[in-house]
Design a protein around this ligand. Structure first.
Ligand code: HEC
Length: 136
């Protein structure tokens, strides 16, 4: 009897976990490591990750919750400029979609050389890391 109750609560727990969107539960530390490996060829993260390229817009001022395509001095693709003009904001949900496969989310994006992060957990971790920016 006790065992059944335990099994039931375990099943309920698993169910409740499954209904939480993947991007809600990331680990910022592993996200930082992932960003170091996968994003720094093109993006700067300020003091948080010292060495970074400049092929992409700087993300050091933070990006989560901000309007897309607004880093001064960066020449965005026409696709990104269009979506920015239409009011695209980098909510966690939109970041999750974009990072899954950038070129599917923004037609002709300049970030197309980046294949994307197909794993839910990796995207959740990277987004959790992006939420820690900027760090004073
Ligand atoms: C091959 C270079 C490259 C890699 C690798 C790359 N990006 Fe990008 N990223 C870009 C470019 C270029 C743009 C501008 C896209 C455009 O104009 O269409 C961009 C745009 C973005 C934007 C939108 C910024 C804005 O100002 O609206 C975000 C967010 C972003 N990248 C996050 C990431 C993350 C997180 C990673 C790592 C998981 C990553 N990128 C990996 C080149 C890259």
């Amino acid at each position: 009897m006790k065992k059944t109750a335990l099994c039931l609560s375990a099943a309920l727990f698993a169910l409740s976990m499954a209904s939480v969107p993947a991007w809600a539960a990331g680990d910022a530390e592993s996200g930082k490591k992932l960003a170091e490996q996968k994003c720094t060829t093109c993006h700067a993260f300020g003091k948080v990750i010292a060495k970074a390229g400049k092929i992409g817009p700087s993300l050091e001022a933070g990006i989560v919750g901000k309007p897309a395509g607004k880093t001064a001095g960066f020449a965005y693709s026409p696709g990104m400029t269009k979506m920015s003009g239409e009011g695209l904001t980098w909510t966690e949900e939109n970041l999750d979609k974009f990072l899954t496969k950038p070129k599917d989310f923004i037609q002709g994006t300049k970030m197309m050389a980046f294949q994307g992060l197909p794993k839910d957990t990796e995207r959740a971790d990277v987004i959790a890391f992006l939420k820690t920016l900027p760090t004073p």
